[in-house]
Ligand binder design. Structure first.
Ligand code: HMG
Ligand code: MG
Length: 298
């Protein structure tokens, strides 16, 4: 039996734009986040407070946070790698802090210049101080379904990282298929394993659509009882430190599938179409979302 409703966490302004060659002015990002806020989405990851040399496209995170019009029922979250990032996110007024680490050593090194053990320590510090500042903290685990440098990733490592992250007070772990290599059978196996130890309500799924499997993987996750999904408006996205990574699951495609299946989201598909048109015009490049491309001239 599938869930009756699903929460979508929109990561386009962060995961989407971090991988774009074209760097948009803050005003365009602000306009996009404001349009996304009007679609009914309850959660938007607005930007990240990482080192601007590593992710130049998001160097203006503070300006974007300062410029958006906030709706009371929307959570505006920020991705944060360390205490320096946390400080910047708190002064920018992020509602919620998202920390991240990788389940493979090689990706961890390339992405944040830290071993997994060092990353766990950084996540612990950021979580403690984020909670002390009154913020909820969410955690991403990357490369759960495969690493661009190492290939297969041990489920033991993933399970141990979940245990640690939850013990720090992280309320939800987003299980990341960073380079989009997961298949539905693997999703079933991974969730079977994780849900033996932890409740389904503590996980979100974060699929990338590199091989076109994102929605099939969502369906498997729905069957396993997962009700929170990360996706990106128009299907933008990818991690620059994960070669081969491409767009996130497209919010447009996800919402379309869920609504057709009678599963509620709070998202208005027409308003989402408008938000997608806006970002496609700003980027001057066709968005990968199938539903968007099918509907954009309607
Ligand atoms: P580092 O060079 O090892 O940093 O980078 P450091 O701690 O040695 O510090 C070096 C300098 O950076 C210092 O300045 C720090 O102050 C400064 P200096 O003293 O030389 O003048 N610094 C900072 N400046 C601004 N903001 C900060 C910050 N931290 C230190 N937060 C670091 C380490 C983590 C900072 C770097 O590697 C980095 O920023 N990495 C980010 C990479 C990234 O954003 N990747 C994409 C996001 S993850 C993802 O996409 C996956 C996900 O979507 C899930 C999935 O799909 O799986 C979440
Ligand atoms: Mg991602």
């Amino acid at each position: 039996k599938l869930p009756a409703s699903v929460t979508i966490k929109e990561v386009g302004p962060r995961d989407g734009l971090q991988n774009e060659k074209r760097i948009l002015p803050a005003a365009d990002k602000i306009a996009w986040v404001n349009r996304l806020s009007d679609t009914g989405l309850s959660y938007i990851e607005v930007s990240s407070f990482v080192h601007p040399k590593w992710i130049p496209a998001l160097a203006d995170a503070a300006e974007v946070f300062a410029g958006i019009e906030r709706k009371p029922d929307v959570t505006y979250a920020a991705l944060v790698p360390n205490l320096n990032g946390l400080e910047r996110a708190l002064s920018a007024g992020a509602d919620e802090v998202n920390v991240f680490l990788s389940a493979s050593e090689a990706h961890s090194r390339k992405n944040i210049n830290k071993s997994i053990a060092e990353a766990v320590q950084a996540v612990k510090e950021v979580t403690q101080q984020g909670l002390a500042a009154g913020k909820q903290v969410r955690g991403y685990i990357s490369t759960v379904f495969g690493c661009p440098y190492e290939g297969a990733v041990a489920l033991d490592t993933v399970e141990r990282l979940c245990e640690e992250l939850f013990s720090f007070g992280i309320y939800e772990i987003s299980v990341g298929d960073t380079i989009g290599v997961a298949n539905p059978q693997q999703v079933e196996l991974v969730l079977e394993r994780l849900l033996r130890s932890f409740p389904a309500g503590q996980f979100a799924m974060h699929f990338h659509n590199t091989y076109g499997m994102a929605l099939a993987n969502v369906l498997k996750s729905l069957e396993a009882g997962i009700t929170v999904y990360d996706s990106s408006c128009g299907g933008l996205g990818g991690c620059p430190y994960a070669p081969g990574a491409s767009g996130n699951a497209a919010t447009n495609d996800l919402v379309h599938m869920l609504h057709k299946m009678g599963i509620q989201t709070q998202v208005d598909e027409d308003k989402l179409l408008g938000a997608s048109r806006l970002i496609e015009q700003k980027l001057e490049a066709a968005l990968p979302s199938h539903v968007y491309q099918a509907r954009k001239h309607q």
